[in-house]
Design a protein around this ligand. Sequence first.
Ligand code: SF4
Ligand code: SF4
Length: 92
Amino acid sequence: MIVEKNLENLSKCLCMKCPSYTNHCKLKNAPQNFIKLMKNFDNTEHYEKMFCAYEKSDCIFEANGCLCATCEVFKNYNLKSQNYCLHTGGLA
Ligand code: SF4
Ligand code: SF4
């Protein structure tokens, strides 16, 4: 099922609390994430959060745990994979 790129889902995404999302990436991505959010983020092809709806991250390269299985979006869309930040579409 395709995850809708909307604000409701974005607000439920746990990626920013995830140990795989490093502080370096948080600092690096914050300005672009904010600009895209202000501009209509659902039309952007790349976003550094809610990776189950977008493609993989350009900044996260190492798995240090994944919170997806505890996320409401994961449950609502019956997702099965994890680590969507490392691989577009997630890893089994
Ligand atoms: S399932 Fe994972 S990537 Fe998708 S919104 Fe939840 S925490 Fe973010
Ligand atoms: S997709 Fe999973 S591993 Fe990647 S940042 Fe989100 S919760 Fe963490």
